[in-house]
Every structure is written in C-alpha cells, then in structure tokens.
Design a protein around this ligand. Structure first.
Ligand code: AMP
Ligand code: GLY
Length: 435
C-alpha cells in the first residue's frame, strides 16, 4: 500500500513511526515543509513543497499512486486538501473543509454544540462589530476571553487577567479585530485545569485515546508567551491525576455527541482525529476548543503507547469500519519535552547547529523544526526536537525525558518542570480547592 503523509514536524515523525511499526506491506511518501531526517529515514521519498495547495497534493498523490493519505497539520485541512484527494479517489485521514470548521471557526463550534444541546459551552456571543460588546463584557465582569474567529496560530485568543487587564483593553482588542474585518467570539473564562482528549473517528464510531495535559506557556511555572506546546504528560491509567472518572466519561460523551452532530448536520461523517481541548471545572468538563487533527506534542505521547496496528486504524477510519478495529494503548505513563531555540517563540534564533549524539536512546527522539546546513543539523526556528520518556509512573517518565532532553546540545531551552511531582501535585491541589 502506498501512503502519503502530509507534514514534517515531530507529530508527523510520530505518525511515520507508527505507520512503520505496522506489519502491513507499505511504502510511505511525505510532503514536507522542512527536511525532517527522522521521517526521511522511514520514507521512500520526502519532498519539500506547498502541501496546503489542494491541486498540488492531489496530483502528487496520483503520481506516487497513493491510496491513503494522512494529514498531520491544520492548514491543509482548512484549505480543502482532503476534499481534493477524495475527489481524486484517494482516501484521507483528516476531515473535509466543511467538517474541519470544528477547528477553523470558534463560532461554528460553539453554535454546533448549542444547536445539538451538548452541555459543554461557557456563556458566549459572536460579534462582527462593536455593538453590544461593552454590555456583554459587563455581564461577564472580570471573567472573559476574546477569540478571533479563525485560525491564528494560537495568537488570536486573549484571556482576561493574562493578556487583557481592563474592559478598555478588551474593547481595544475587539476594535482591532473589527478593523481587520474579523468576526470574533467573547466568552466566559473557565477556571480549572486543561486537558486534551483525542478520538479516532470514522464518522460513526469513536475510539478514544488516553488523556494528555499540554503546557502552552514558554517558561517554567506557566509564565511567558503562549507557544505551540512545550511538553505534555499522560498517566498509566489513561486518565490524569487531577481528573475524576466522571470527567473522562464526560469528555468521551462530548466527543461522541459532537461527531454525531456533525454527521447529522452535514450528512457526511467526520473522518479523522477529533481532538477536544477541555477544561475540567468545579461544574464538570467544558469544551475550550476543538482541533481537527492530532495534537503536537500530544501525538508523541499517545502514539508512543499505541499497541495496535496504526495502518489498520487508519483503514478503519476511512472505510467506516472502526468498530471492528482493535485500538489498545499500553498501560504506561509518558512525558514529552520539547527543546526550542533561544528566543522562541517571539525572536527565535535560526540556523545554529545542534548536537544530539549524547541522547541515550534515539527511539525516544522526535525531530521537528530542523534543517541541514553544510551537512550539519541546525535549528530551523520553531520547536526543534522532542523526547518522550515512558515508564509506569509520570514521575519516572519525567526523569527519563528530562535526562534525554538535557543531552541535546546547542542554543536551546526546555521546561524543567513538565511532569515533575511538584507540578503535577499543584494541578491536583488546584482542582481539590475548586471542587
Ligand atoms: P484556543 O486557541 O481556543 O485553544 O485558546 C488558547 C488558550 O486560551 C487555551 O489553551 C486556554 O488556555 C485559553 N482559553 C481559551 N478559551 C478559554 C476559556 N473560555 N476559559 C479559559 N481559558 C480559555
Ligand atoms: N498541543 C496543542 C495543539 O496541538 O494545538
């Protein structure tokens, strides 16, 4: 079978490894934005080109004779790459453009949940102009969040107390969005702990993955600018220490109900990964956002644990037979840590060499934003490499990940605190104080 993988970060390196582990006969090709040596090693060919262009991807798929494509990042989904491939007879893991609105439009998602009575939304309102904004802000008092209604690479969301310190500042941000011609959502700020719960989905059946907690802030102690995610952990029981059993059931139910709502609304089922970004609060689990793909770094946690055949899961998704596919994850904890360039995310240095030769076990290493200069591995400006530690407790997995990521040499930094007993305990105490 010829499989086309789209994307070339650490998430796609984790996908390539999961494909490679399958005992099925396969040839893997990759359309990439940078030369990822980990993916290159597992592929027949890695080609750098504009994978956000539906025509280009579709004709490349024909050229190599691909029958299955797996789309890693969100941008090709937003551009309709899945639609072009299906129209060309290529099956795709990753939703079509209308269904990908679950990620590309915050108001679409809030409205969908409201229409189908899925009780997971905070109070919210959508705006195209400033009319009514001041009134809604006074209704929410000091607990509000303002979100640009489209893909903004994590930069469109401003949270009261974090990025906005008064209703004047909030109004100024709304004015900026109106001037840019944008729609925006204002919603109630939820208080609790965030977690990711991703599900494989064939349109009808969902198979849920272990819950994971990401760390978006750049620096230790959850301070500094927002990033793509500095690191993640998951626990051996596939829940998280600060979640109740009921919380996991609620997250599963929200994903199940959302997939059903999408099928009902569009007739066409959602085929891919439904990634719920949730907040557990004093009032149960609420939805912060949906993503239409595997999380990065979350993919490294869950795919490192996947015991079942990943190609069989992909076939189940595209052929609507996921109910017949076995999906099992090892009962182990994982900690993933990223090393990122000095200055990331605002002014990352680029082109500087890094040295990975002191890593003890290269199976734990995932390449992300790297390139080659004069034959040397260099930083390409975004999250550089990730490592995953796996053990029977989060604490032990953290020690493995910390040792390995510290062995990467170059002008980089990482977060020491992710997965440590101290940080995990703080999260548990926070939830105990709210409940
Ligand atoms: P999003 O792009 O929707 O994931 O938002 C980015 C980040 O903003 C999330 O990871 C949360 O930390 C925060 N956020 C978004 N919506 C809310 C909300 N309603 N309440 C509290 N925090 C939020
Ligand atoms: N881990 C955050 C994301 O993938 O969007």
């Amino acid at each position: 079978m010829t499989i086309l993988l789209i994307g070339s970060g650490a998430r796609e390196h984790a996908i390539a490894r999961a494909l490679d582990r399958s005992s099925q006969n396969k040839s893997i090709y990759c359309l990439a934005s940078n030369m990822n040596p980990g993916i290159a090693e597992l592929c027949v060919e890695i080609t750098i080109d504009n994978f956000n262009d539906p025509e280009l991807v579709s004709s490349y798929a024909s050229e190599i004779g691909a029958t299955l494509t797996i789309i890693g990042p969100e941008n090709p989904l937003a551009e309709g790459v899945a639609d072009a491939l299906w129209n060309n007879g290529v099956k795709v893991v990753g939703p079509k453009k209308t269904l990908a609105q679950i990620e590309t439009s915050k108001s679409f998602t809030r409205d969908l949940l409201t229409e189908y009575n899925i009780p997971a939304c905070p109070k919210y309102k959508t705006f195209l102009a400033l009319d009514g904004v001041a009134e809604f802000l006074s209704n929410l008092e000091e607990d509000y969040v303002i979100k640009y209604d489209g893909l903004a690479g994590g930069k469109g969301v401003k949270v009261a107390g974090d990025h906005l310190n008064s209703h004047e500042e909030a109004l100024a941000y709304c004015r900026e969005l109106v001037d840019r011609g944008g729609k925006f959502v204002i919603e109630e700020k939820l208080i609790g702990q965030e977690f990711s719960l991703m599900s494989f989905c064939d349109g009808e059946t969902l198979k849920h993955m272990p819950a994971v907690q990401d760390h978006k802030r750049a620096y230790e102690g959850d301070i500094g600018p927002n990033t793509g995610g500095m690191g993640t952990y998951s626990d051996a029981d596939h829940s998280l220490p600060f979640l109740t059993d009921e919380n996991i059931i609620q997250a599963h139910e929200i994903n199940n109900a959302t997939a059903k709502a999408l099928k009902d609304k569009f007739g066409d089922g959602y085929k891919g990964i439904l990634y719920g970004g949730f907040m557990t609060t004093a009032d149960g689990v609420k939805l912060i956002e949906y993503n239409a793909r595997l999380g990065d770094p979350e993919a490294m946690n869950v795919l490192s644990l996947l015991e079942s055949d990943f190609i069989a899961i992909c076939q189940g998704i595209v052929d609507e037979t996921l109910d017949k596919v076995d999906v099992q994850f090892a009962d182990q904890a994982t900690v993933c840590k990223y090393a990122v360039p000095k200055g990331y995310p605002d002014n990352p240095i680029k082109g500087e060499p890094i040295d990975i030769s002191n890593i003890e076990n290269l199976e734990r290493l995932f390449y992300a934003s790297v390139d080659f200069k004069d034959g040397q591995l260099v930083e390409a400006g975004s999250r550089t490499v990730a490592v995953v530690g796996t053990a029977n407790t989060i604490s032990k997995a953290e020690k493995i990940a910390e040792k390995e990521i510290s062995a990467v040499e170059g002008p980089l930094f990482h977060r020491n605190d992710i997965g440590t007993d101290e940080l995990v305990q703080k999260r548990v105490q926070h939830m105990e104080s709210l409940r």
